[in-house]
Design a protein around this ligand. Structure first.
Ligand code: 5GP
Ligand code: MN
Length: 342
């Protein structure tokens, strides 16, 4: 765990400040939950915070309290730039390095002259003036809970803050099932329910929000699923054409990789998704046990994340990317075989 200058940050925040809160590109439940929760909290403390997210976030998160009161850097560029320019400090949540916000926003943040606060649970965080980094934590949302606790403000957690934090913890832990889910996570969750998070409604809002198109896309993905049993690996491909044919919208591919990981004996799963706009193949990796997909993604696919959940990208086309992946799996056979004993 890295705790850097948090007492100084507490003193800095004793008087009202203009604050910008940033999550990573393609924000997920943890990025949206943590930025919105911190926004609600800082407002209650008398500050003037603004959430700036790099780009679109999934439909199944649109109900989150406060989500309509955010700027999108790609769409509301001048408002976003203005908020950043007049801010006294910027919070960076749920990512470890500035390049994770995407190219344009990265340039703006690199030119920023005041200090950054990083609150994050990803490995290999870059250095910032103020830091709360803990790679053992299941989610940034749990860290925001502990941050509010460190600031002595647990009493300020209301139902909106609790709802946002519950959502991010739930989505980043696969509904409290990944190894990163600890007894402390469950204690935090219990407190959030006491503070007004309606767990049944949150689960339903996030997980019962499928469209017909999303299920059709899932069907396509599952029929593209390949298992390399000798290497305990399974992967899924989705081409742009397949996305278009199934009315793809943002967030539709979220979680599909877990179907590949759910096959008995599989310890590593990947999904390769063609992104025509960016001209890349976006990849999600998941693993069980010791095989670190963070290391695998960092070394081979220009990515990173956590030991058991990571992402990356490839500039090759789909066929070449899958070929590169398959060759790497052969090299990693031994480690994959020893990753996880049932
Ligand atoms: P997902 O597969 O759900 O998009 O991401 C899994 C984890 O890996 C998340 O914690 C996410 O932040 C991280 N991740 C996804 N894509 C990338 C990437 O391109 N680079 C890095 N460094 N991390 C990524
Ligand atoms: Mn996260």
């Amino acid at each position: 765990m890295i705790l850097k200058q948090l007492n100084q940050l507490q003193s800095f925040l004793e008087t009202p400040k203009n604050i910008v809160i940033v999550g990573h590109r393609n924000p997920d439940g943890d990025a949206m939950g943590s930025t919105l929760a911190l926004n609600h909290y800082l407002k209650k403390k008398g500050h003037n915070p603004t959430v700036v997210i790099p780009n679109e976030y999934p439909n199944f998160l649109h109900w989150l309290p406060g989500s309509d009161n955010t700027y999108r850097f790609d769409w509301q560029n001048s408002q976003s730039q203005r908020a950043i320019k007049k801010s006294d400090i910027i919070f960076l949540l749920d990512f470890n390095a500035l390049h994770r916000v995407g190219h344009d926003m990265q340039n703006t943040l690199e030119a920023y002259e005041n200090d950054f606060v990083l609150i994050d649970h990803h490995q290999q965080p870059d250095e910032f003036t103020y830091m709360f980094s803990d790679t053992e934590m299941c989610s940034t949302c749990q860290m925001i809970y502990h941050f509010i606790e460190k600031m002595g403000d647990i009493d300020l957690i209301d139902s909106d803050i609790a709802t946002c934090l519950y959502t991010g913890i739930m989505t980043d832990t696969g509904s409290f099932r990944f190894r990163s889910t600890t007894s402390l996570t469950h204690r935090v969750i219990a407190n959030l329910i006491d503070k007004g998070a309606e767990n049944d409604r949150i689960h339903s809002n996030v997980y019962d929000a499928s469209s017909y198109g999303r299920l059709q896309l899932l069907g396509q993905a599952l029929s593209n699923l390949k298992v390399l049993s000798a290497y305990k690996t399974a992967y899924i491909t989705l081409t742009d054409q397949e996305k278009v044919a199934n009315n793809f919208t943002k967030g539709d591919t979220e979680g599909i990789v877990n179907y590949a990981l759910s096959i008995e004996g599989v310890v590593m799963a990947a999904i390769f998704i063609e992104d025509k706009e960016q001209q890349i193949i976006k990849i999600s990796f998941r693993s069980k046990g010791n095989f670190s997909v963070n290391k695998f993604a960092r070394e081979n696919f220009n990515g990173g994340g956590h030991d058991n959940a990571a992402g990356g990208k490839s500039d090759l086309n789909m066929v070449e990317t899958v070929k590169k992946f398959s060759d790497l799996i052969i090299i990693n056979k031994e480690e994959l075989s020893n990753s996880y004993e049932v």
